[in-house]
Design a protein around this ligand. Structure first.
Ligand code: PBG
Length: 329
């Protein structure tokens, strides 16, 4: 005798066609932003802690950007790895026109005008201590207001090089407003700001710091005086609202997977587009578990991204971008 059930949710799970019909969330290539590491050398250099990812030389960068367009990925985010010899306490090299980032942005935009280029506004690639800002008190703290002034100059240089979107990733107070005013005053009204609005002080950035060399020796530096405490979700909303008031066009939550609750509440709290950054550690842990044979690589990868979309992200920065876009075609 069948049970007398009016509700049988399994009815719509019976076949792949039914499951497709009722599927609530789908990932598309146009949701993806591809982060790319670049360096000054001509060849590529593999990043040990990020399987399959390299710091790209000039030719590979252009190749990757062409591939992004072919795959329907609308944007790339460029992260320069700067040789230690060019780094100092105050990130002087950030403000030099010979800087790899500006040359690369200009070249990508020349080759592929329709591809969006996003640049990080932060000093960590250029500072010998690896912090995102300028230190005071003999290295004890990052000075907010001096850093904001430096970041505003940086944003103008990035816009001048042709960046479509500048992305302050430093978590200083008041930087979105300062950058918006600086860009406008310099005539870059159309350059958008994607703010890393709720960026947590996360252990998941480890492989990224290997990639850009912002780790000093083996020591992980603490960015806890500016990046957010992983324990705080209400504070994330405060940060996001402030950035929207200050003129952010898009707000970001970072990392993504461990902060799905924050993505969801940000989605509900504001009406600007929401980005999420599936960071290096989220990428590498899937690779590591798959290598050990403990997780199915493709299914875990796809599920990790779908979950971020389902939580409310409109766009996702992910190192999986090209392979997932290819799989979606
Ligand atoms: C630094 C920056 C970081 C990431 C993007 N921009 C690391 C940090 O704050 O130290 C991390 C991205 C990743 O882990 O993939 N401004």
């Amino acid at each position: 005798m069948p049970l007398d059930l009016l509700q049988r949710p399994r009815r719509t799970r019976r076949s792949e066609s039914l499951r497709r019909l009722v599927r609530e969330t789908a990932l598309h290539p146009q949701d993806l932003i591809w982060p790319l590491f670049i360096h000054e050398e001509s060849g590529d250099k593999a990043i040990d802690s990020m399987p399959g990812i390299s710091r790209l030389g000039r030719e590979s960068l252009i190749e990757a950007c062409g591939r992004a367009l072919e795959l329907g990925i609308p944007a790339v985010a460029l992260f320069p790895s700067i040789p230690a010899s060019l780094k100092d306490d105050v990130g002087t090299h950030a403000f030099e026109s010979s800087n790899l980032l500006y040359l690369s942005v200009a070249e990508v935009k020349r080759c592929f005008p329709q591809l969006l280029v996003i640049t990080d506004v932060a000093l960590d690639p250029y500072t010998s201590h690896g912090h995102d800002g300028l230190l005071v008190d003999g290295g004890g703290a990052v000075d907010n207001d001096q850093t904001v002034e430096a970041l505003s100059r940086l944003a103008i240089l990035e816009a001048a090089a042709g960046a479509d979107i500048v992305a302050p990733s430093d978590m200083m107070d008041g930087r979105v407003q300062a950058i918006r005013r600086a860009l406008d005053a310099a005539g870059y009204h159309e350059t958008a700001i994607l703010s890393y609005a709720a960026k947590f002080c996360s252990a998941y950035y480890g492989p990224f710091r290997d990639a850009v060399g912002s780790k000093i020796g083996k020591d992980a530096i603490s960015k806890a005086t500016y990046q957010m405490d992983p324990a705080n979700a209400r504070e994330a909303l405060r940060e996001v609202r402030l950035d929207v008031e200050e003129g952010a066009d898009i707000v970001m939550v970072k990392p993504a997977g461990p902060y799905l609750d924050v993505i969801r509440s940000v989605r509900e709290a504001v009406h600007v587009p929401v980005a999420a950054y599936q960071v290096s550690g989220e990428f590498s842990q899937i690779h590591a578990a798959a290598r050990l044979g403990w997780l199915d690589y493709e299914r875990t990868r796809d599920e990790s991204l779908l979950a971020i979309k389902r939580a409310g992200a409109d766009m996702i920065l992910t190192y999986f971008a090209p392979e997932v876009a290819a799989a979606l075609r």
